[in-house]
Each structure stands twice: as C-alpha cells, then as structure tokens.
Design a binder for this molecule. Structure first.
Ligand SMILES: NC(=O)c1ccc[n+]([C@@H]2O[C@H](COP(=O)([O-])OP(=O)(O)OC[C@H]3O[C@@H](n4cnc5c(N)ncnc54)[C@H](OP(=O)(O)O)[C@@H]3O)[C@@H](O)[C@H]2O)c1
Length: 304
C-alpha cells in the first residue's frame, strides 16, 4: 500500500484557545525552512491558529520563495456569514502574502448556520482564482450526505489511533466520490509521542483521554506503541505516525515544535509497519472507540 504524503501542520505556530501556550523550541520560520528543505510541499494553516499568527509566519517565508507554484498552501474559514467568507479569505491571503490558496476549507461545520450559502460564496472565490479548490473539515457523514451537490474535493478529518470512530465509513464514502482525504493529529496532538503521560500544561489536558475512568485504556495504547517502537528501533511518535500514513489518506498533516521532532516524522518515509504490527494497532484503536464519550463528535469534545 502506498504511504500518504506528509504535510506540515502549523497550529503550533501561535497559541490559540489555550492550546500551544508553551513556547516552541524553534521558530516557525526555522520549522518551515526545515520542512521545505526536506521536500515537504503541503502546508496547512487557519486564521484560528494563533489568531492569524500562523498564517503571518508562513507568509514571512512564502513571500521570499521563488517557487510558490510548487507548494500546496491550505487555509480555512469559520462558518459566519456569506460576506465574511470573502473578507476572511482576503485577510488570510494578506497574512500569507500570496494571491491564492490551493485549498480553502470550511474549518468546522455548524448546526446553527446554513452552510450551503457559505460554501457557494467560497465556490465564487474558486471561480475568481483566489482559491483553487474547496474542502470541508470535521464534517460527519450525516451532514456530508446533505451537501452532495456541493463540488468540494477534499475532506480533512482526524487520522489518529486515538480517534477512529466513523473512519471506515468516511473512507468508503470519499473513495466512492473521488474526494481526497487529508488527516490531522496523527500523534494525537503529541499525546502518542510518549511525553505526556502526565497531563500537558495547555488545553490538551482537558481531553476526555485523561478522564480517570478511561485513561488506563490510553495508557495501554501508549505501552503498546512504546513496546513496538523499542522492537523496531524507532520512536513512539514514529509508530503512531506510520499507522496514520498507512490509512489510505492522500496527505497526513503532522505538527512539530522542534526540527528534531519534525526530522523524526520525515524519517518515517524510510520505515514501515508489517501486517502484524498494523493489526495490533488497528485492534487497539478499535477498542478505544467505545471509550470515547458518545456525546463527543470528535477528539476535541466539540459538537457541531
Ligand atoms: N481541521 C482541523 O480541525 C484540524 C484540527 C487539528 C489539527 N489540524 C491540522 O493538523 C496539524 C497536525 O495535527 P496536530 O498539530 O493537532 O497534532 P499532531 O501532529 O498529532 O501532534 C503534534 C505534536 O506532537 C508532538 N510531537 C511531534 N513530533 C514528535 C516526536 N517526534 N516525538 C514526540 N512528540 C512529538 C509535539 O507536541 P509536544 O512538543 O507538546 O509534545 C507536536 O506539537 C495541525 O498542526 C493543523 O495544521 C487541523
């Protein structure tokens, strides 16, 4: 099976909503340059990441690159009003110092805002060339079915051992319609990297994963990942990422707060999981599905 392409996630490039409040070891600019010098061409951002800081920091590099056309820059918009779709995209383009986005995603669906008019406004931007393609994030199957006449071509959803609910259904649905899948949080926002057996200091500590009733199941997953990693001579983060890279997504977005972390992710191109390792991890992920609260629509506990 072909592994997915690796893309750079940039949520970490600025604190937002209590996430990533601790300073990263290296600057975003250093991380972007490192990614580009190791052939990463897909960069994912959003206005919500650091309240514009992530886009600004990418823009500070983009403007000086001769080969913008070789990159895939994706950003997002939140569901507000038809008017704000254009306004928000124009602000993103200004911060990113580029005149187009390769993909514009609806960042989160909403059950209180009618989505079709917003998506039609976004398609208008495709018509004008400000955006090359439209994508949706975090959209459940029930909602996707109501949007079948909207010509979007990418769906961005979690691709992590921590959260596999509906993964198979979404994979089948998108495959049948030739919609590309882009996966996020392959390391479970770092929780699968092995450094956060104690709660992290930022908003990640509020994840249901740390609830006393379910935490032992997640510790069991971490133990399994660490055991596999030591047998393979790689890191736990690499095992978690390898699993994600084998899920038939077109791109897997990984975040990093140092070039050493990113180097490990990049080195996964040289590593493989065998069938037995894959099935051990699949089975563990499958068992965890029943421990995620039914009231959560996703890893973050949000409802749409
Ligand atoms: N569309 C959406 O709603 C949505 C939602 C989430 C994410 N995303 C996108 O997907 C990207 C990736 O997901 P993510 O950033 O949430 O999570 P992730 O890639 O699962 O985790 C990234 C974190 O893992 C830790 N890490 C990275 N490499 C490591 C290594 N080698 N060893 C140990 N720990 C390591 C770091 O955190 P520590 O240094 O703190 O350990 C890093 O910040 C985001 O940046 C964003 O672009 C999109």
């Amino acid at each position: 099976m072909k592994k997915s392409e690796l893309g750079l996630g940039t949520w970490q490039f600025g604190p937002s909503h209590g996430f990533w409040t601790e300073a990263a070891e290296e600057t975003p600019q250093t991380l972007i340059r490192f990614a580009l010098s190791h052939s990463i061409r897909h960069i994912d951002t959003a206005p919500a990441y650091g309240n514009g800081l992530s886009e600004q920091r990418i823009g500070s590099i983009l403007a000086s690159l001769p080969n913008r056309r070789e990159l895939h820059i994706a950003s997002k918009f939140m569901p507000k009003t038809v008017k704000t779709v254009r306004q928000d995209v124009e602000k993103s383009l200004g911060r990113l110092k580029t005149n187009y986005l390769d993909t514009l995603y609806l960042h989160w669906p909403s059950s209180s805002v009618p989505l079709k008019p917003l998506l039609e406004a976004a398609l208008g931007l495709v018509g004008e060339g400000l955006v090359h393609s439209l994508g949706l994030c975090n959209t459940p199957l029930s909602l996707l079915k109501t949007l079948e006449d909207v010509p979007f071509n990418t769906l961005q959803i979690p691709c992590t051992l921590l959260w596999t609910r509906d993964l198979e259904e979404l994979r089948n649905y998108t495959k049948q319609r030739s919609i590309k899948l882009v996966g996020y949080s392959p390391l479970g926002l770092g929780l699968l990297g092995g450094n956060h057996r104690e709660k992290p200091k930022d908003q990640r500590s509020s994840f249901y994963v740390y609830d006393t009733a379910v935490y032992p199941h997640y510790l069991h997953l971490l133990d399994t990942i660490e055991d596999l990693a030591s047998k393979k001579g790689c890191s736990p983060a690499q095992v978690a990422l390898l699993w994600a890279l084998n899920q038939e997504f077109s791109t897997i977005l990984v975040g990093a707060r140092s070039t050493a972390q990113l180097a490990q992710s990049i080195a996964c191109s040289e590593l493989t999981l065998d069938e037995q390792e894959k099935s051990v991890l699949d089975e563990m992920a499958g068992r965890l599905v029943s421990h995620a609260p039914a009231s959560c629509d996703n890893l973050f506990g949000y409802r749409w």
